[in-house]
Design a protein around this ligand. Structure first.
Ligand code: PMP
Length: 361
């Protein structure tokens, strides 16, 4: 038994409760719909570039500025490379942004039901925070973000609800918060609607963060980026270079740039996923599920009679993995990633049989 009394040296240790990432099982034949990955491969140019990669890329240090990737992003979004910052997944970019921009004694604001990493970073960096509650329909109430604060962050679409906030509502939050940094975490924006990136030229306090993990099928490569005015990007780089010059490895830079070049493949893949999402919504509704109108690559669904936890366990037995959060207000929901049509058919067939067996439909 460990001595419960704190040892002297333990007094000075930073104690944190870490974020719990979704499971990463790897059974053959499993259907993995639990961490919002893309079911389709990355753009074909990515594989080609990987096969042709020279050994020099491994032997030498990477470009610390990741210029090949910031330039590819600038070209894709018709902006300047100085408006982009890249990191090891958007988690890395967001952590860096918390450290760079949230240094007020006033609390930062983010929704009570949101990406659960925010409170972990706030605790880690000792940033005070407040979490205004979503309304009864799981919507962010813009009015909760107009008071004094040390900064604001929210995902759009929100996670795990999938609800998209229109740009005029975001603009109102920006207009009322010009003295603090507002971060819009757009991990799922490509499946949704217009990006707040179009507001960065008008609001110098706006940072938009996106990822290659979902819409660009590269969760395993760990690539994320921020877009904002060059001054914000400069401050982010100063913090990054004070921490680790070489955060992003050279293959990720090169392969990320390849992914960005293929516009057609990108839009084709998005369409496949959003079509499957809409079809799945209809079928889930027929089975007695209710859910907010998700604009992301997942559906946050609750069954009218069968508890979510029971369904989660039953699906897992069949090696169909979805995400279940045992947290207040959302512990009767499943977050189901939109996979291929075949994967969704298997999920729906299982649910149909299971619910019929229990006379829940
Ligand atoms: N933001 C949100 C809202 C997310 O759901 C995720 C995925 N876990 C991330 C950021 C981080 O994604 P990544 O680090 O893979 O870019």
């Amino acid at each position: 038994m460990r001595d419960k009394r704190l040892k002297k040296w333990e007094e000075n240790i930073r104690k944190v409760v870490p974020y719990t990432p979704g499971e990463q099982p790897s059974q053959p034949g499993m259907i993995k719909l639990n961490t919002n990955e893309n079911p389709y491969p990355p753009a074909p140019g990515v594989r080609k570039a990987m096969e042709e990669m020279q050994e020099e890329r491994f032997r030498l240090y990477p470009d610390p500025t990741s210029a090949v990737l910031t330039h590819a992003l600038a070209e894709f979004y018709h902006r300047d490379p100085e408006q982009f910052f890249v990191g090891v997944g958007s988690d890395d970019v967001l952590a860096m942004a918390f450290q760079t921009f949230f240094n007020s004694k006033k609390p930062i604001l983010f929704p009570d039901i949101s990406y659960s990493f925010y409170s972990v970073w706030a605790d880690l960096f000792q940033i005070p925070y407040c979490c205004p509650a979503l309304d009864e329909n799981f919507r962010i109430r813009g009015g909760d973000y107009l008071g004094e604060n040390g900064g604001i962050i929210f995902p759009n679409p929100n996670a795990p609800t999938g609800i998209y906030m229109e740009l005029d509502e975001i603009e109102e939050i920006l207009r009322q918060n010009q003295d603090v940094i507002v971060i819009v975490d757009e991990a799922y924006i490509d499946f949704a609607g217009p990006s707040a990136m179009e507001l960065v030229d008008r609001y110098d306090n706006l940072l938009v963060v996106q990822t290659f993990s979902k819409s660009r099928s590269m969760a395993g490569m760990r690539i994320g980026f921020a877009a904002g005015n060059p001054e914000l990007i400069h401050y982010l780089n100063d913090v990054k270079f004070s921490f680790n010059s070489y955060t992003m490895n050279q293959p990720s830079q090169i392969l990320g740039a390849e992914a960005v070049k293929d516009r057609e493949y990108f839009y084709d893949t998005l369409k496949k996923i959003t079509d499957t999402r809409e079809r799945t919504k209809k079928e889930l509704a027929e089975l007695g599920f209710v859910f907010p109108d998700s604009k992301a690559n997942f559906i946050f669904a609750s069954h009218k009679t069968c508890p979510a936890k029971e369904l989660f366990e039953a699906l897992k037995q069949k090696q169909i993995y979805v995400r279940y959060f045992d947290s207040p207000r959302i512990n009767n929901y499943l977050r189901i990633t939109v996979g291929t049509d075949a994967q969704m058919d298997a999920l729906l067939a299982f649910l149909r049989d299971y619910l019929k067996g229990k006379e829940n439909i």
